[in-house]
Design a protein around this ligand. Sequence first.
Ligand SMILES: [Fe+2]
Length: 297
Amino acid sequence: MHLDRRSFIAASAVGLSAVETRWLPAAEALPEFSFVIVSDTHLGRQDSQTPERQWRQAIAEINSAPGDFVLHLGDVVDGGREAQYPRYAESRRELTKPIHEIPGNHDPVPLFEKHIRTPIDTTFDHRGIRFLLLNNSHNDSHLGFIKPEQLAWMDRQCADAARQDLRLALVCHVPIHKNLNPDRGWYVKPEDGQTAFYELVERYAARFLVCFHGHFHNGIRGWRDHGSLVEVLCPSVCYNQDRRLAAAIQEKRTTGFFVEELRPGYVLATLGKGRLTLRYKPLGADRNGEYSAEWPA
Ligand SMILES: [Fe+2]
């Protein structure tokens, strides 16, 4: 049978999935667990106390919320304000759950390494999932960058995860998905690692579940444009802006999903049993938005 290039790629992807599926019999479905996602705390923004107050309120709420751990998706402080890092380090000690941060474009690497963690690119495994924590931000750009050595590191981590029958989630500040108007257009360009990353995802198609990003301050926004991979942007604890994304999606001017909620807040995520649910938790509010994605068994 003759296959043109397009169907060959599709056939390869299907073949790869079939191999992966054998490693993942239905009986090994992931157990369900929950965790919290915060982003863009921007401590010290406009030299105001408000961001720290919001972050400390979030800590108090998170401590009494469900969730095994917390992900912080970057921009811990605003504009690299060094004096804010010890304040952040002090505040995070009040959290009763473990927290895993990544830097954003407002976090200088030397300060992040000094006050939060070194090495920055690292992983942790939780309930059948390997979380890859990756710095893809530059302080002088809103765009994202994944270096060849980071891609090689991710590839090794993914191969090891496959050997251990773990699934995969990526955590990095700048989205990889090409998001043009009405979104911000801040992403990882093809030549800066995007193409290579999606090739990696395709190689581990049955394992790569989700990417979590911050950076946009637009609430819960995301896409499912690369197989079953969910790419999601999470809201800022500090402030979110209205880009009229719900209308743009409804009018088919863009793809993806958006949860209609923009108040400062965090996300309660539930993952497992083939499903991811993201609940928007505005600070001090009961009402919340929700997005759910399901993966085929
Ligand atoms: Fe950012």
